[in-house]
Write a protein that binds this ligand. Structure first.
Ligand code: SAM
Length: 184
């Protein structure tokens, strides 16, 4: 069995978008207790690394790191564990909910920005990105930031999470670094 119900969400999302493929190196940010890691490992069979503030019970063939994804020094630990670039970065990180919608949204966007920054550092060209975001007034700004880095970026609300209406996913496919324009 899976450690978290969210495992089924990742399966559904992956059936639709094929973000993770056989052999892919996958980085999972905010990975505890490890449901997404279990699914990522099943699909890819390749290198899988998970990061969380909380300790993660061991999973066969998966490397886990206990660290804060918003801390710049965590990047070194990630790069070391990956031993190369990642094909896919997924992030289901969530703040502790305060019940204040605006505050929870802002914290969620902070985590999602950190995930995007990590993805920019570790993804191979053409790589894929999946991040959970709580809806709110800066959601579209965040989507635009993802759009600059991926050939295709879209928001997605899977059937399994429609009832918890605050939860959205942003899917980025085809990572690229935009060329620097002359004069920039
Ligand atoms: N996808 C996971 C699974 O399938 O088991 C569930 C992830 S859970 C919804 C969100 C996680 O984000 C929590 O375990 C929490 O500790 C983690 N988290 C929140 N802020 C974080 C941060 N700054 N750095 C690392 N992990 C963080």
């Amino acid at each position: 069995g899976y450690r978290a119900r969210s495992a089924f969400k990742l399966q559904q999302i992956n059936q639709r978008f094929r973000l993770i493929r056989r052999g892919d190196a996958v980085l999972d940010l905010g990975a505890a207790p490890g449901g997404w890691l279990q699914v990522a490992k099943e699909i890819s069979g390749g290198r899988v690394v998970g990061v969380d503030l909380l300790a993660i019970e061991p999973i066969d063939g998966v490397t886990t790191i206990k660290a804060d994804i918003t801390a710049p020094e965590t990047l070194e630990l990630i790069v070391e564990a990956l031993g190369g670039k990642a094909d896919v970065v997924i992030c289901d990180a969530a703040p502790n909910l305060s019940g204040n919608w605006t505050l929870d949204h802002a914290r969620s966007i902070d985590l999602s920005r950190s995930a995007l920054r990590v993805a920019e550092s570790v993804l191979k060209p053409g790589g894929n990105f999946l991040v959970k975001v709580f809806q709110g007034d800066t959601f579209l700004d965040y989507l635009s930031e993802v759009r600059v880095r991926f050939r295709r970026a879209q928001s997605h609300s899977p059937a399994a999470s429609r009832k918890e209406s605050a939860e959205m996913y942003v899917v980025g496919q085809g990572f690229f670094i935009p060329p620097v324009k002359a004069g920039d």
